[in-house]
Write a protein that binds this ligand. Structure first.
Ligand SMILES: Cc1ncc(COP(=O)(O)O)c(C=O)c1O
Length: 442
């Protein structure tokens, strides 16, 4: 085994070769579905994640042995921040412990607090909303555009009140939200836009990297993300005052840098470690090539899936010039699959060797929100009437429907050879061809 390849990668390469060989034999649509005992379309796993080689190991052990494990002692975090800021074209980057803390520190720097309302999408990971709740602010959900899976920017203005202090769009799945409309609304109402780019590494809006168009933008480097250090996060901004406020807050409220005992504000320890930053420096070397591969495969897959009745791939806004494809998302319409329920469709795909997910459930309907609003802190801050009206204001019918229709593939499924895309499409066609039998045999 070459010493710059791990066992995991060698196995991954072998399975890719196997897949390529099998591709010469496209799945016959007459084959019985695997879930009913027929041969699966594929048996090889999709590419494994993370991708590493000896450089990650060297970077990690260098930190281990130099003993500078904390960013206040070492310089890996600083070097990563400089590189990521330059890659994205931002003035400042602050690395953080994770994406949640990046959002939390950003909201704090913007002065968002008790009594304030923050516009959020309901189609996102819970951390977007938790960051708002950590500041004791009120998340206000704006419905989803089912065509793109993004916040419906056309509906934001109607949700703004005199208490609104921030718009927090998410570039969900790596596809940019409609930033032209959102930034324009922000300017008109004098509201900062905080971009949740936690899933959108290298995504672009009109040629500019997302996270750099709003007042601040946040990333996650959690294990599933397209840039990964197990856990990790970053805040990007061109505003030096906001950068200093985040910097201080994330370092226990100290003056801008260092480990002394002088404090400028309240704060928390949200610092990244040198181990995480050392890994990121190595992972960064692959991120452009991996993004390119995902884009190529996604474009090819979309062409094929768009031809299958009942499968509607998420589209991008015209201003979105690059999609990071953290997720490949489409809507599934059972009416074109003999009314095969989505759960059975997903199970049938999994049996064929193509794992998909049904994605998020409606966040605005999560019972934990009601419990939070019933808490002593929220009852002390918000008039009962405002909390009672909240449910009425936060209906998101398009999102409810999308949550029932969505199907996702993870980013790693886009990292292999093109034949993987052929097999994904062949799997869906095979299930469609046998949908009536699958319904019968449920
Ligand atoms: C859209 C979104 N926002 C925020 C986060 C939070 O990031 P982290 O898990 O690094 O705290 C995530 C991560 O899963 C995310 O997907």
């Amino acid at each position: 085994m070459p010493d710059n390849l791990t066992r995991r990668q060698v196995l991954g390469a072998a399975s890719t070769a196997l897949v390529t060989a099998r591709a010469a034999r496209p799945a016959a649509s007459s084959d019985k579905p695997a879930i009913l005992g027929g041969p699966p379309v594929r048996t090889a796993p999709f590419p494994s994640w993370p991708v590493i080689d000896g450089n990650e190991e060297r970077a990690w052990t260098d930190v281990l042995h130099n003993g500078k494990w904390n960013r206040l002692d070492g310089d890996c975090a600083r070097r990563f921040e400089e590189t990521w800021a330059a890659t994205l074209g931002a003035k400042h980057c602050l690395a953080t412990a994770n994406g949640t803390s990046a959002l939390f520190a950003s909201l704090n720097a913007l002065g968002i607090g008790p009594g304030d309302e923050v516009i959020v999408p309901p189609y996102t990971f819970v951390a977007t909303v938790n960051a708002v709740l950590l500041q004791h602010a009120l998340p206000v959900f704006v419905d989803t555009d089912p065509g793109t899976f993004q916040i419906d920017a056309r509906k934001i203005e109607a949700a703004i009140t005199e208490r609104t202090r921030c718009i927090l769009p998410v570039h969900l799945g790596g596809s940019p939200a409609d930033l032209d409309t959102i930034l324009e609304i922000g300017r008109k109402h004098n509201l900062p836009v905080l971009e949740d780019a936690c899933q959108a590494h290298l995504a672009e809006w009109r040629g500019r990297k997302v996270s750099t168009l709003g007042a601040l933008g946040c990333f996650s480097f959690q294990a599933s993300k397209n840039l990964n250090s197990g856990e990790g996060g970053a805040i990007l901004t061109n505003d030096t005052d906001l950068y200093h406020a985040c910097q201080s807050f994330h370092n226990n409220g100290r003056g801008q840098t260092g480990s002394g005992f002088g404090y400028a504000r309240n704060g928390a320890n949200l610092r990244i470690t040198e181990f995480q930053a050392a890994l990121l420096m190595e992972q960064l070397k692959r991120v452009e090539q991996q993004s390119h591969t995902r884009e190529q495969n996604a474009a090819y897959l979309t062409k094929q899936l768009a031809e299958i009745p009942g499968v509607v791939p998420a589209r991008m806004y015209s201003g979105a010039t690059r999609n990071a494809y953290h997720l490949y998302m489409f809507r599934y319409d059972p009416a074109h699959f003999a009314n095969l329920p989505r759960s059975r469709f997903l199970a049938a795909m999994k049996a064929e060797g193509v794992p998909g997910s049904g994605g998020y459930t409606p966040l605005n309907k999560e019972p934990f929100l009601k419990h939070t609003f019933d808490s002593r802190a929220y009852r002390a801050i918000y008039p009962g009437k405002q909390l009672a009206e909240w449910t009425e204001r936060n209906h998101c019918p398009a999102n409810d429907k999308l949550c029932e229709e969505a199907v996702w593939f993870t980013q790693t499924m886009l990292l292999g050879p093109r034949v993987d895309m052929d097999q994904i499409a062949a799997t869906i066609r095979k299930i469609q061809g046998h949908a009536a039998t699958l319904v019968e045999r449920s």
